[in-house]
Design a binder for this molecule. Sequence first.
Ligand code: GLY
Ligand code: MN
Ligand code: MN
Length: 462
Amino acid sequence: MFKKETYIARREQLRKDVGRGLIILPGNHEAPCNYPNNTYWFRQDSTFLYFFGLQREDLVGVIDCETGKDYIFANDYDIDDIIWTGPLPSVKELAASVGVDNSGSMADLRKFLEGKRPTSALPLYLPPYRADTRADLAEWLGLSYSAVNRHASLELTLACVKQRSIKSAEEIEEIERAVETAYNMHVGAMKMAMPGRYEYELAGFMQGEAWKGNGPVSFPVIMTVHGETLHNHGHNNRLEVGRMLVMDAGAETAMNYCSDITRSVPVGGRFDERQKAIYEIVLAANMEAIRATRPGITYQEVHQAASRVLAEGYKGLGILKGNTDDIIAAGAHSLLMPHGLGHMMGLDVHDMENYGQINVGYDDETRPSEQFGLGSLRCGRRLQEGFVITDEPGCYFIPALIDKWRADGMHKDFVNYDELEKWKDFGGIRIEDDILVTADGCRVLGKPIPKTVAEIEAVMAS
Ligand code: GLY
Ligand code: MN
Ligand code: MN
């Protein structure tokens, strides 16, 4: 946990930005796996963590903009719980540890909220993403289950986005700690990426390294020799020379700040000519994004700058043809990268995605594109100092997509389909770094993880 002054200041800022009403921020419950007492690892809600910092399940935070008071509601554990859990702080003690003076039981919360019915004086809350939280809100506020998300507060959502988008020095330190763990995950897995191994061995190694850093992975590990499938979560393939292995994985710290790193390596440790050719193009796009990222530019513009580098590279290989500006305007290059350049990252690996991507990555000025590829960009808006975003260009030869575009005659003035046929068995490559927007540019977070062809070959040979 940060010191309690951090949470007091964050709540004060939220009160100021929202300005009226009662804000309810429910923490998460335990999530049962196959029976109630066998749970997945507990993951606190990120908004609750941001404003209240507490890791216990079943807590509810309330911020009253009218009276200036904050509350934590939950039931205390009794001896029947403590037999199993050991001694635990009371709700009052937990509240005090984050500068909250008021606390009560769940019965107290219900009584407290009764005065707030009906919907004309509805408290402000965020759209719930878990069914149990949604059911709680329905019960507390006298709403039907289906009405809960409809009444979620956009005003509160935008105030949370505003505050959480700018990372403080102490948050950046935590994120860098998560990248340190990702360094161990990735460098260790690179050394294991030898023929005869199985993807699951490397994926399991990475999960162990994450826990050794005192947190879970920040999302299920992607470890695949079929990197052309963007989020491939199968791990059953045997590693063979000639395949590129895409490793997309990150960790959470004990405070749940995240990292999200991708490295793509040749099984066996030596790039062949084709692998090197594609890798250098994707690397150049990754570096172009680092060059271009600074306050004041939109991430849509950075995406397009990186796309130009990709398109130029593919033209050099004869896969694309024509004028680069025209290729970009038409979106023909997106055949080989049907996703966006990156997303915000912080307490969530896709930070604040539960608020609705349009509220996080876009604003009145920058609207999402409707074009294939660019339309999947999760964060397109104008960058500010303190944003943490991912820079993750890739190249994917997706046979089904290539066949479909070819059959439909899509962008045939720009795509050399005959040449592309030769690459259909290649797989994919993605390179992903986590970057901080600084006053005059950006900085790649954490200890540098081997990224150039020479660096990767050297570490895999060691
Ligand atoms: N790991 C998912 C992503 O890179 O966005
Ligand atoms: Mn990733
Ligand atoms: Mn990512």
